[in-house]
Design a protein around this ligand. Structure first.
Ligand code: ASP
Ligand code: MG
Length: 412
């Protein structure tokens, strides 16, 4: 029997009634002849509630107990989904991660899946069971403790099962109907993409498009799992939603696939540090040890043996950066004149695999921004992405102007 993986996010299983709607959709796929593996998230809001209880109980909590508690939301929905399917006369049962087992690393709250043993589920399918319902987001470590995979981790569970079982497709049912050229709340002309390549989706996910956990896209790319993002609130045809797939499967695409943005960024400049080997290593080691997620980095031109170092990071980490730099100076590993923070910036990125073969995308992006009178503060590029930092107050304007200029409202 061909295998299909169907993952339902928190809003799609938020109530027993919604679980019933999801189960009906599972029933449709079963009637087409699939053995279905259903991955469920916790009911919407449940994981946050559980995390709140953990913090309320213990400030310096034991990460192993955190995982034991926070993973429980998925256990409830897995059981309810199996019961609902049984009520519809679909042979189904639930599995928690440890029962499968889903073997993971021991990095609690951010564990990685190492292996999924397919025997117990495979045997049940061979026995006539039609649906295996799996609690997403969780696994078991070599030490025998329950682990979780990080926020949004059920997406990664789904892709990992699809890879392990050689599934025909992995459908991610969610509250949006696919992947858009940009956030429709910022640009009303945003267009749903029928297909997007793994590489582009990976960039968009890591730039903050919340549809898929970044690691799930990484995994899908590595194992060539066909991923489809679909709405669980609309009637579905087989080609609904957005297919995340190999670029070879996309006949024609725009040079730029999408415009991404992240609102709450800060730009920090460490003024007048010694320009000598090891200084960047010392600065960024101290920042990383201080819990600062550095994104863009620019080292300015040196003069008389001194230079400025500029980076961007989430705005709520500015205070951590100040502490980390003071500490590093105190330890004598760096010395600097001052640390300046610009807390009013946003990052705008254009993403597209077409940039590999088309020149002029950067020039066009910069021209569009300058025509709007928007000053660019920092620029970084990769093979398929150009990112700039600008004043946050121009963020919406920049997204709209770029969306227009690259004609993203039109399919190519
Ligand atoms: N319930 C977990 C979370 O809210 C995992 C998931 O839904 O993907 O992050
Ligand atoms: Mg999610």
């Amino acid at each position: 029997m061909p295998v299909l993986v169907m993952k339902f996010g928190g809003t799609s299983v938020a109530t027993p009634d919604r679980i019933r709607r999801a189960a009906k959709r599972v029933g449709v796929e079963v009637s087409k002849g699939y053995d279905v593996i259903v991955i469920v998230s916790a009911m919407a809001g449940k994981t946050n509630e559980l995390i709140g209880w953990v913090s309320e109980t213990s400030a310096m909590y034991d990460a192993r107990e955190y995982d034991a508690i926070v993973s429980s939301g998925e256990n409830v929905t897995a059981g309810l989904m199996a019961l609902t399917l049984q009520e519809m006369d679909v042979p189904a049962r639930s599995w928690q991660g440890w029962q499968v087992p889903v073997k993971t690393t021991s990095t609690h709250s951010a564990a990685r899946i190492e292996e999924i043993l397919t025997d117990s589920i495979g045997a049940k399918f061979a026995d006539g069971m039609k649906v295996a319902v799996i609690a997403g987001f969780q696994g078991i470590s070599a030490e025998g403790r329950i682990t979780t995979l990080g926020r949004g981790g059920s997406d990664t569970t789904a892709v990992a099962f699809a890879a392990a079982f050689g599934a025909e497709r992995c459908d991610i049912y969610t509250d949006v109907d696919g992947v858009y050229t940009t956030d429709p709340r910022v640009e009303s002309k945003a267009r749903k993409l029928d297909k997007i390549s793994y590489e582009e989706m990976l960039e968009l996910a890591s730039l903050g498009a919340k549809v898929l956990q970044t690691r799930s896209v990484e995994l899908a790319m590595r194992y060539k799992v066909k991923l489809r993002v679909v709405s669980s609130f609309e009637e579905q045809s087989d080609d609904a939603g957005t297919l995340v797939c190999d670029e070879e499967e996309i006949m024609e695409s725009n040079v730029v696939a999408g415009v991404a943005f992240s609102r709450d960024e800060a730009k920090m400049t460490l003024v007048s540090v010694a320009d000598r080997p090891g200084i960047a290593a010392n600065i960024f080691t101290a920042l990383s040890e201080g819990g600062v997620n550095v994104d863009m980095i620019v080292q300015n031109i040196a003069e008389e043996g001194r230079t400025d170092m500029t980076w961007s990071c989430p705005v709520d980490q500015v205070k951590h950066a100040h502490v980390a730099m003071k500490r590093a100076a105190g330890d004598g590993v760096i010395n600097y004149k001052e640390l300046i923070a610009d807390e009013g910036v946003a990052k705008i990125s254009v993403v597209g695999i077409g940039m590999r073969s088309h020149t002029g995308v950067a020039a066009k992006m910069f021209r569009v921004l300058s025509d709007e009178g928007i000053n660019i503060k920092v620029i970084t590029t990769s093979e398929i992405k150009i990112s700039v930092l600008i004043d946050r107050k121009y963020m919406e304007l920049a997204v709209q102007a770029l969306h227009d200029a690259f004609e993203l409202d039109k399919a190519s």
